[in-house]
Design a protein around this ligand. Structure first.
Ligand code: SF4
Length: 333
């Protein structure tokens, strides 16, 4: 257990958590909405501190991050707890249920990443919702940075500005879910609000972190051309070089709509490519939207076939064919 880093003590032993926009008011002996913060004797504790529910050495492309050290691996960790209750949760066993956990101190996590092999660039906080693991992620990311490791966060972006500002100096890259572009989708299917997520994306871009976005297209719920256009217009206004991943939904947890038709994904890709330089399709094999091409001349910069990755016409951060500067952080120089 660890005392939560952002909360307020109120009268009669109550506390108000400051980590995410829910700002839960938690009375003595009760839990916040994420189920991993508890008021014990008027102090708010993070119950999931240094408790790890899943870990693996993953390809960086699995996060997905396609423009951050392509072809590398990253030591990935996840904990229990989430600020959302998405009916279509793809990781519900650890986000919404009580999977077993093992103790893993920040120093141990960093050591495991250092020992994970030459291609491992650092630590990814992922699988469920790492911002609900805030205290541990901040402590571990600080240590990892001291050891020259990269820190990656894969998140729903639901966090208040103050804790986010304290975390970002230690974070190199994020993949942030923009789950839909309608506030009612967030309220009805996720139990949260869209606006704070968009603010998080902006803050991460402004802080100079490498940012990629993911939208899980759920059959008939957020895959209309009108909604895709609104999303793409928003991303393009922010920065048209932000990579956007459309991911295919499969029935999971409480939602049993049929999987997203491949045509919906391809239509989204076509719409997005009109305004964005880098658009990808995930959870689907073959077809367009897996390799990275030069937005100027079309040369294949990074060739992907599943998780088999080959860096091709890339020289540092430029296209080796036409010399155009491309938005890829590439450790190979
Ligand atoms: S982090 Fe948990 S306890 Fe804190 S406001 Fe968010 S949901 Fe509530």
């Amino acid at each position: 257990m660890k005392e939560v880093y952002y909360y307020e003590k109120l009268s009669e032993g109550k506390v108000r958590c400051g980590i995410c926009p829910h700002r839960c008011l938690v009375t003595e002996g009760k839990y916040g909405l994420c189920r991993v913060r508890k008021n014990s004797g008027g102090t708010l504790f993070a119950l999931n501190y240094a408790r790890c529910a899943a870990s693996a050495l993953d390809p960086i492309e699995k996060k997905p991050l396609y423009h951050f050290y392509p072809g590398s691996t990253i030591f990935s960790l996840g904990a229990l707890g989430c600020s959302f209750r998405c009916d279509f949760c793809q990781n519900w066993e650890i986000a919404q249920a009580d999977a077993p956990t093992v103790k893993l101190a920040p120093e141990q996590a960093v050591q495991l990443a250092l020992e994970a092999g030459r291609d491992c660039i650092g630590l990814a906080y992922t699988y469920s919702e790492p911002l609900m693991w805030y205290e541990y992620v901040l402590d571990t990311a600080r240590l990892a940075r001291e050891q020259g490791l990269k820190n990656v966060v894969v998140t729903n972006g639901y966090i208040n500005p103050e804790p986010l500002a304290a975390l970002l100096p230690y974070i190199d890259a994020l993949n942030i879910d923009v789950k839909a572009f309608q506030p009612q989708f967030y309220r009805r299917l996720c139990g949260g609000d869209l606006e704070p997520v968009l603010e998080t994306v902006k803050a991460c871009v402004e802080a100079g972190c490498h940012v990629e976005l993911t939208t899980l297209l759920v059959t008939g719920l957020n895959d209309s051309p009108e909604e895709i256009t609104q999303l793409v217009d928003w991303v393009a206004r922010l920065d048209p070089e932000i990579p956007l991943h459309f991911s295919r939904y499969f029935p999971r947890y409480k939602l049993d709509l049929p999987p997203t038709p491949p045509e919906s994904l391809e239509r989204a890709w076509e719409i997005a490519r009109e305004k964005l330089s880098y658009v990808y399709l995930g959870n689907i094999t073959g077809g367009k939207g897996s390799s990275t091409c030069c937005p100027q001349c079309g040369a294949v910069l990074v060739d992907r076939d599943g998780f088999r990755v080959q860096v091709r016409e890339l020289a540092g951060d430029r296209c080796a064919k036409c010399g155009t500067r491309v938005r890829i952080i590439n450790g190979r120089g």
